[in-house]
Ligand binder design. Structure first.
Ligand code: ZN
Length: 191
């Protein structure tokens, strides 16, 4: 028993938007860039409108060995990681709206791990539940950041290996969006 206690606690990867998770080296965690931190703060402000003091807390790190974006549960702390290469490419393609959607999906995993919601359907996989929470967060974001077409395009472009098809993901995102105050017509028009 004593030997087991000396072994390091194994961090659990809740989501990785990329394939080779073994490349991640925790020792390379660095402080996030101010741009990334600002966008994550905007997402956090939206999340607070959903769960207030019950919201999961997490730390944001930049790490060039990480998969595109990852959420790791490590000794009771959730870590949201992004690779700077990925963030730059996603920003070029989809702008701030794409980045906040990716962050919202990762935060969605942490919310899913700590709380439930009526709009989460039984039978949904963790990825669909995180997508539904992402939709909910998108509905609560500062309108200047929640342009839906680039947000949805970014989510579609960077799936995890275990993500189901987009035809299943889109209704889950829409369910979260509309249940958290977003207009269905706006979602369907991708505005
Ligand atoms: Zn995920």
């Amino acid at each position: 028993m004593a030997a087991a206690l000396l072994m390091p606690l194994k961090a659990e990867i809740l989501c990785a938007l990329g394939r080779d998770v073994s490349s991640y080296k925790p020792a390379s965690d660095q402080r996030p860039s101010s741009d990334a931190l600002q966008l994550a703060s905007s997402v956090n402000a939206a999340v607070k409108t959903i769960c207030g003091t019950q919201c999961p807390t997490m730390a944001l790190f930049r790490n060039s060995t990480a998969q595109n974006a990852m959420l790791i549960a490590d000794a009771g702390q959730a870590k949201l990681l992004y690779s700077p290469q990925f963030l730059a490419a996603a920003y070029d393609a989809f702008g701030d709206s794409g980045i906040v959607a990716i962050i919202a999906h990762e935060v969605g995993h942490a919310m899913d791990a700590t709380m439930g919601a009526a709009f989460i359907k039984t039978g949904w996989t963790p990825e669909l539940r995180a997508d539904a929470w992402a939709g909910c967060i998108l509905a609560r974001l500062n309108p200047g950041l929640s342009s839906l077409q680039p947000s949805l395009s970014a989510l579609a472009k960077y799936p995890s290996p275990s993500h189901p098809g987009w035809n299943l993901r889109l209704p889950a995102i829409r369910a979260g969006y509309t249940q958290c105050g977003g207009a269905g017509a706006k979602f369907d028009a991708r505005k």
